[in-house]
Design a protein. Structure first.
Length: 251
């Protein structure tokens, strides 16, 4: 695992944006695996700025998002489709039919999971998968205990995850109880992984990732077995991680 330590959220966002832009420049028909949440907001802002300043083109890019809430319509202000449209898709030259998220309003959720897996398979998986990390070590909505072999599935969100996301809703009761998430296997199959972490709230999960073993109790830990993973983390997120002469211990 390559670890890039940065001073701030801003620096993390800039470095992550450069990483994605480099991928697009190398292969303008890349498949980008995208994530939602607070961590990635700054990065999307920088991608949009870059698109205006440098004309980086998304014309041939295809995107696969990690997850979507069950029961929220596409145009619901809190849906991840709305987040992606507002933060990135509406501001770059990416044809909307080349963007993909699971459909949280599908009548048959089992069929929807199969459809999404088939789509991931047909598209050839992500060339680069962007990931945040949950305070409990989740990736996508793969909560602790999820099988490393999992494909797209419906999950019941843990109380801690619903609480962490309640800030976007009027009350915790409005936070959906379920979501559809890409499975850990599909995430792992991405050619490159870009994992981002910012702030004290992520320090415990990052410490467990870097110093602990690969274990289904910490979904993100599987990424230690990935051959092309970069973690960009700020000092606060790395604050509980032991460091010897710039080398992070034991991972
Ligand atoms: P956050 O979420 O970016 O809002 O902290 C990350 C995650 O839960 O995966």
């Amino acid at each position: 695992m390559k670890i890039i330590e940065v001073l701030s959220y801003e620096e993390m966002s800039t470095k992550a944006a450069n990483f994605i832009i480099q991928q697009i420049n190398q292969d303008p028909s890349s498949v980008l695996g995208l994530a939602t949440g607070e961590t990635t907001l700054g990065l999307y802002k920088k991608l949009v700025q870059d698109h205006y300043l440098n004309n980086t083109s998304y014309q041939n890019i295809r995107t696969l998002n990690l997850d979507e809430y069950v029961g929220l319509a596409e145009n619901d202000p809190q849906s991840y489709r709305t987040y992606m449209n507002n933060q990135l898709f509406n501001h770059v030259d990416l044809p909307i039919q080349q963007t993909h998220l699971p459909d949280g309003m599908a009548k048959n959720l089992v069929e929807e999971c199969l459809r999404y897996d088939e789509l991931i398979y047909n598209i050839g998986g992500a060339d680069i998968q962007l990931l945040g990390i949950g305070q409990n070590g989740h990736i996508g909505f793969n909560e602790p205990g999820t099988s490393f072999q999992s494909n797209t599935h419906v999950v019941e969100l843990m109380d801690s995850t619903r609480k962490a996301n309640a800030r976007y809703f009027s009350s915790i009761n409005d936070v959906p109880t379920h979501a559809i998430t890409m499975g850990i296997q599909s995430i792992f199959n991405s050619k490159k992984i870009l994992l981002l972490a910012s702030g004290h709230k992520k320090a415990n999960a990052i410490e467990r990732l870097l110093n602990g073993k690969v274990n289904e109790d910490l979904p993100v830990s599987i990424l230690k077995n990935h051959e092309d993973i970069t973690l960009i983390a700020d000092r606060e997120a790395l604050s509980l991680t032991k460091k010897n002469d710039g080398i992070y211990s034991t991972y």
